[in-house]
Structures are given as C-alpha cells and as structure tokens.
Design a binder for this molecule. Structure first.
Ligand code: HEC
Length: 121
C-alpha cells in the first residue's frame, strides 16, 4: 500500500515537471510583447537607430528622409509615413529598404507609441 502511494507521488511530480518544461519552451519561442507605456528614448529610438539610421540617421539622409532625433521622427509619425513604411502599407516603399521587415513586436511598439501621441519621453 505504501509503495503504490509512493509511485503515484512520483508520477504526479513528473507530470508537474513536464508541464513546467513545456511552458518554459513556449515562452522562449514566443516572448510576450509588452506595448504599454512606450517611451521614445527607451523603446522606440533603439529600434529606429538599429534598423533605420544606416540610411536615415547620423547625418545620412537618404531620399530626403531624416529620422535622426525626436523632432524628425515625430513629424514622420504624425504624417503617417513611419507606420506606412514599416507595415509595408500600400503606397509606401517598404522599410527597412531591401531588408527584412521589423518584428511584429517592434512594429506593435511603434504603433502603440504613435497611438499615444508619439511623445518625447
Ligand atoms: C538601406 C537603406 C535604408 C534603410 C535601412 C531604411 N531606409 Fe527608408 N528609405 C530608403 C530609400 C532608398 C528610400 C526612398 C524610397 C523611394 O522613394 O522609393 C526610403 C524612404 C523612406 C521613407 C519615405 C517612404 C515613402 O514611401 O514615402 C520613410 C518613411 C522611410 N524610408 C522610413 C524608414 C524607416 C522607418 C526605416 C527603418 C525601419 C528605414 N526607412 C530604413 C532607404 C532605407
């Protein structure tokens, strides 16, 4: 009697461990995307600098598009160019130019920042 209770306990332990493992790997594959309280300096600038500044920043102004600094990005956010380009909307040249689309998470972060008024924060 004691033996079977011990065995049952082991099975339950294995089940819990297996459940924990599969949950952890799911999170690794699909990390949650937090788009609340987006800030220009912390959440948006690093994405733009990494993916856009090679052509539109640090003194490089491709086709008259300068995204360097807050004011320049803000005007492109306000007129719809920024979102149109990164979501590959009709009528815009898809950005980053000839490079893979930004991740859904990065796009959603930029979208959330624009929707909150594209603040300088
Ligand atoms: C490899 C260079 C390169 C990179 C990187 C790049 N762009 Fe561009 N961008 C261009 C070129 C070239 C044009 C002009 C395209 C045209 O007129 O057809 C352009 C045009 C634009 C325009 C105007 C689009 C339009 O249709 O009016 C916007 C907005 C823009 N880029 C935003 C971005 C953003 C945001 C990123 C980063 C996510 C980015 N670009 C990355 C080269 C680049």
């Amino acid at each position: 009697m004691q033996r079977s209770i011990y065995g049952l306990g082991l099975i339950v332990l294995f089940a819990i461990a297996a459940g924990a493992c599969s949950k952890a790997s799911e999170e690794e594959l699909d990390p949650p995307c937090d788009t609340t309280g987006m800030r220009y300096s912390i959440d948006i600038l690093p994405v733009i600098a990494a993916h856009c500044y090679s052509c539109h920043g640090n003194g490089t102004i491709t086709e008259g598009v300068d995204l360097d600094g807050y004011e320049n990005l803000k005007s492109r956010a306000d007129n719809g160019d920024l979102l149109g380009a990164i979501t590959h909307a009709a009528g815009y040249t898809p950005m980053p130019y000839n490079q893979p689309k930004l991740s859904d998470c990065d796009i959603n972060k930029i979208k959330a920042w624009i929707q909150s008024g594209a603040p300088d924060n």
